[in-house]
Write a protein that binds this ligand. Sequence first.
Ligand code: GLN
Length: 316
Amino acid sequence: MAIMTSPASLPSPQTFQPVLDRIAAEIEKTPGRGRPADYIPALAACDPRRFGMAVAEPDGTVYGVGDWRQPFSTQSITKVFTLALDLAREGDALWEHVGREPSGNPFNSLVQLEYENGIPRNPFINAGALVVTDRLQTQTGDAAETLLAFLRTESGNDQLSINEDVAASEAKHGDRNAALGHFMAAYGNIDNPVPVLLDQYFRQCSIEASCADLALATGFLARHGIRADGSRLLDRSQAKHINAIMLTCGTYDAAGDFAYRVGLPGKSGVGGGIIAVVPGHCTLCVWSPGLDERGNSVAGLAALDRFTTLTGLSVF
Ligand code: GLN
């Protein structure tokens, strides 16, 4: 097996499977895996030793290893898709309501909102994602169902669904998100009634999908805005914009370290999944439920770090 180490010699797709197999074998030997999210009780029971990884080519060919077909809670990974769906509908008007700068703060932080007048730093922290979901709700009348339909179509898996137990668990323990929603509403930055918005947001986060599903559903970002059926969702610049925000904000206060180690646009979720994009080349999704203290999958980060090191595929 020839594993590429130089960016000058990008791997052919046939080398993806041996790379994935090698990464899974390395991860298997790693002792520390972090801890599953326990602030959402329905997620706490996940086994941190689970691990899956998938790579999808722009034509829809997908490779995988380990638990790559096991559905898991997508959580904040969905923020990439709601952003894309809203940008496709309302374009740059969105940016009057949410910024594009890294926050340097935890994903559920409230501190910047007051002195920045209810405008969240970026669409990938919870405050920003709530704004995006609110706007998508106004555009569509059902943000979570619009998102679910999109994910089903792009992944080719019509079995994808919302785990209502997880959504209920989030709602029961969602005081921080409720506080964010009400606070932004006080600044006039939320259109819908906050309880409606929170219900949509919790249902969005509770969609379950596998690494294979998510690697495929992310394909439009590797295809510069083109959906799986060849139609255009975003123009080329908008796809570039989303990739850029993923790189700078996709892993919250760990985005600098993620860029340093992985060197790709990426987005994590507290279910333990991370998606990543090699623009023009492929998309990835890795899942392992044990998290570090910033809410990113420990084994997922390690696996993406190894992938870009072994293949030389990175944006740098
Ligand atoms: N549903 C989670 C929350 O709002 C999503 C957070 C995440 O995945 N980082 O707290």
